[in-house]
Design a protein around this ligand. Sequence first.
Ligand SMILES: [Zn+2]
Length: 276
Amino acid sequence: MRFFILTAVHFLIFLCSCAAIWLIWKQFKKWQFKNQPFPTEWNEILNTNLPIYSKLPQPLRQQLDHKVKYFIRDKTFYGCDGLVVTDEIRVTIAGQACLLLLNRPTNHYYKLHHILVYPSSFVASRSEQNESGVVSHKRTGMLGESWSQGKVILSWDDVIKGANNFSDGQNVVLHEFAHQLDQESGSTNGAPLLGTQSSYQSWAKVLSKEFETLQRQTNSGYGSLIDQYGATNPAEFFAVVTETFFERPVQLRHRHPELFEEMKLFYAVDPTEWVD
Ligand SMILES: [Zn+2]
């Protein structure tokens, strides 16, 4: 009997030791990854492909590097239509996607797992049903798509165009990843996770008013700073305003000050500080 008790105790000690070693090993790997320097080649890619990167204040640039490292470790990239995924593709996409995470307590788009990249715009099939119940199928050319089931699809041609020109208010990566943030709340409705009840009230008041204004302008054929695609629905409005906030912040602050403040509070950065 004593032999069996001793054996059981030894076995328990052995199991505890294994668990402790495993935990220490895990902590060590975490520490090692966190302290791994940002690869010089990745730095060069960001400097070349994403001119806004060199304009970021140093602490934000360091934060972006850190978040890009985690993003590339945690998300799987797939090349479509024969595209071979390279570091240039990974880093250029991650660099823009992580701009939306700066100063926020996360390194993740936690619902996102896969990023599919096409060489250029891709064709997607869509089913639509009209009021009479007739279902039609459309094949539409797309620059990007964000799915709630952990997937983003992008056209590489348009990713690189958006990264190079960071002042036209058009950026497919910012757009699709804003949808990912929106989807984190459980429904894609233009209201991402905001925290307090007063934040939701203020967000709803300002964004609803601005969305209706954009719809009116679009219907009457007036031009606007915010791309008219934002008038499609509240989810597209949030994604389009995200593009404007990061790419044309001075104009947005001047022409839509309340909307600018809401976006600044949500994204926890002020892009007017980075532009010339
Ligand atoms: Zn969209």
